[in-house]
Design a binder for this molecule. Structure first.
Ligand SMILES: O=C1O[C@H](COP(=O)(O)O)[C@@H](O)[C@H](O)[C@H]1O
Length: 228
């Protein structure tokens, strides 16, 4: 694991956008296409804005999500809405977006169809950017969720999750899919998340702080981008 520390979020957003942009550009040059899976929440807003303005071969880049809340795409809590409003703008408006939500009533009911739709995403994912909650969840792999073990151990691409203490049923990439990525980032900010990360770096059960699966694995180097 490599830590990249910044004094403020705008320096981080620019640096992360440069790094991710270069990886995507190289991927398109080498393989003709690239895939980027991003997290939702509040942390990635500035990064999305910076990346969306970069001159990249966006027509050849597929953007999708690491996780999604099972709400309508126009809902204020939708990660799809966040990405459409902030990342798929400017130069990035021509990128192809594969949603992580369909019309099914529940994530469980929509799972099979969604896995089929994900065939359109080039794999392995070129870049996956994780976030982290103050409870140590990453993607939608929440401590205490009934589906956590499945999300951490299954070889499936996606899993349905009912977080219990957090709002909305969710769809999430599994730990297995996340660790298949060619490049893996964890993007966090603020002292509280730094403290949670420090705790997660100590030995302890993955179930208590699910972000540990990304720290403890050896399949893909994890780059942590943190800003004060
Ligand atoms: O619920 C979620 O939370 C995490 C962290 O969000 P933040 O607002 O603290 O940045 C996010 O990574 C995840 O994608 C989202 O669904």
């Amino acid at each position: 694991m490599t830590e990249h520390l910044f004094d403020n979020t705008s320096s981080l957003d620019q640096a992360l956008a440069q790094q991710v942009g270069q990886i995507l550009k190289d991927a398109v040059a080498e393989r003709g296409q690239a895939s980027l899976a991003v997290s939702g929440g509040r942390t990635p807003l500035g990064f999305f804005k910076a990346l969306s303005q970069m001159a990249l071969p966006w027509q050849a880049i597929v953007v999708t999500l690491v996780d999604e809340r099972w709400v309508a795409p126009a809902h204020g809590d939708s990660n799809e809405k966040l990405v459409r409003d902030n990342l798929l703008q400017h130069a990035a408006a021509v990128a192809r977006f594969v949603p992580m939500k369909n019309l099914a009533d529940t994530p469980e009911a929509g799972l099979e169809q969604l896995i089929a739709a994900y065939q359109a995403v080039p794999k392995p994912f070129d870049v996956i950017i994780l976030g982290m909650g103050d409870d140590g969840h990453t993607a939608s792999l929440f401590p205490g969720a009934d589906e956590l073990q499945h999300g951490l151990t299954s070889q499936d691409l996606l899993c349905a999750v009912n977080p219990g203490h957090a709002p909305h049923a969710r769809m999430s990439l599994t730990a297995h899919s996340i660790t298949q990525a060619r490049h893996l980032f964890l993007h966090i900010s603020g002292q509280k998340k730094r403290d949670v990360l420090a705790q997660a770096m100590q030995a302890g059960p993955v179930e208590a702080l699910p972000v540990r699966f990304a720290i403890q694995q050896h399949k893909v180097p994890l780059h942590v981008y943190w800003a004060a």
